[in-house]
Design a protein around this ligand. Structure first.
Ligand SMILES: *Cc1c(COP(=O)(O)O)cnc(C)c1O
Length: 381
């Protein structure tokens, strides 16, 4: 059997990318910053609305790091962070010499549990240290409980850094993800809903903060002919060639959202008659997900040989990529000694869950291959 591999999430060209790259090459503007970066930032600002100001950076991880810097997080500070996420949400806390305090998820959105969050804030304050920031994630494109989380954050006056790396195009009550927090973060890595090959952005509410982000991202150069520095700088700015790809990609963002949502519908109907599987779906119509990845929970049945891992292995035999959910940060060897608040919600999701191929460019033939694996694994006739 020589079937080509079906990936979890691949890049999907729109067609206009090449024109913008040519433009950048003709302008001989092939370094960091430049007209394509300005253009891409404007495109994103228009798309996001809400008076957003966007700074283009070279990755989502550097955007989270700069976000913490902009919020004044320093060595010795504590930062509350969703445990159920990709490690890039948490690593920058350590770059700053700060301490992550991990928070469990709730079962409806798989994101920050407002109760565990409030309990953690109260306890950390009682211990003598008020947390400096909250990192809240919209995992797999599903918005967190916006109102409950921001009610807690506002009550204790702690800024939210919104990790919307997986949620560009998702919204809550019509407002786009990335625009709710004090700062928002996007990723344009190759596996995200649109890509610049590699890139990220910080979303803020003012021109001054955007300019400060660009200042930090370009080595914090003071105004002087020589190189003068009064603050620590970073080499985090987006490349002009990457931004050119982004300008082409943003034109097809809404189409990609529609296509990924169709993949979610495809799986919902495939699993409709399979009681041991739940397709992760938004709790109600206030939530709009880009369904970057469609994910499922499989109720294990050892007698029938049914489990998420069993399904993953059968997919693998057919050269189809699927993947366990993110392993919670408080269970990771590198983070296991940091405080954790919550129960076992994220751990149980990790144990039962699986991410399914969700690209916006899967062919009819590839979907049939996926369908055949699922039907034979669950013995659907
Ligand atoms: C992809 C991702 C990031 C990091 O983005 P990069 O551009 O890969 O650095 C951060 N947080 C989450 C939740 C992600 O999925």
């Amino acid at each position: 059997m020589n079937k080509s591999r079906i990936y979890l999430s691949t890049s999907h060209q729109g067609g206009a990318e090449n024109g913008y790259i040519q433009e950048a090459l003709l302008q001989n503007s092939i370094s960091t910053g430049g007209e394509q970066v300005n253009g891409f930032e404007e495109d994103l600002e228009q798309y996001l609305g809400q008076g957003s100001f966007v700074a283009g950076l070279n990755s989502g991880t550097s955007a989270i790091h700069l976000g913490l810097v902009l919020l004044g997080v320093q060595a010795g500070d504590e930062v509350l962070c969703q445990s159920f996420t990709f490690s890039a949400s948490a690593n920058p806390i350590l770059y700053q010499g700060a301490t992550p305090v991990f928070i469990d998820s709730e079962a409806e959105t798989w994101n920050l549990c407002p109760n565990a969050l409030e309990k953690a804030i109260k306890e950390r304050i009682a211990k003598g240290k008020k947390p400096k920031a909250i990192i809240a994630v919209h995992l797999y494109g599903v918005p967190y409980h916006i109102e409950a989380i921001h009610r807690v954050a506002n009550e204790y006056e702690i800024p939210v850094l919104e990790d919307a790396a997986e949620a560009l195009g998702s919204s809550y009550k019509g407002q786009l993800c990335g625009t709710f927090g004090a700062l928002g973060v996007l990723s344009f890595n190759g596996n995200k809903i649109i890509t610049t090959s590699g890139g990220g952005a910080v979303i803020s509410k003012s021109k001054e903060i955007k300019e400060k982000a660009v200042f930090y991202a370009t080595q914090s150069r003071d105004l002087a002919a020589h190189y003068q520095h009064s603050e620590i700088g970073y080499n985090y700015r987006m490349s002009n060639i990457c931004a050119a790809i982004g300008r082409g990609q943003i034109q097809v963002l809404d189409r990609h959202v529609t296509l990924r949502r169709k993949m979610h519908e495809f799986y919902v109907s495939l699993f409709a008659e399979i009681p041991s599987v739940t397709v992760f779906t938004v709790p109600n119509e206030d939530f709009h997900s880009n369904y970057w990845l469609t994910t499922i929970l499989v109720e294990p049945n050892p007698e029938l040989g049914i489990s998420a891992e069993g399904l993953r292995l059968v997919f693998e035999q057919e050269n189809v990529e699927s993947r366990p959910l993110w392993k919670p940060m408080h269970l990771q060897p590198v983070f296991e000694n940091y405080p954790y608040y919550g129960n076992a919600v994220s751990q149980s999701l990790f144990e039962k869950g699986l991410c399914l191929p969700s690209s916006s460019n899967l062919t009819v033939n590839e979907k049939e291959r996926i369908e055949r694996v699922i039907s034979s694994f669950f013995r659907v006739d």
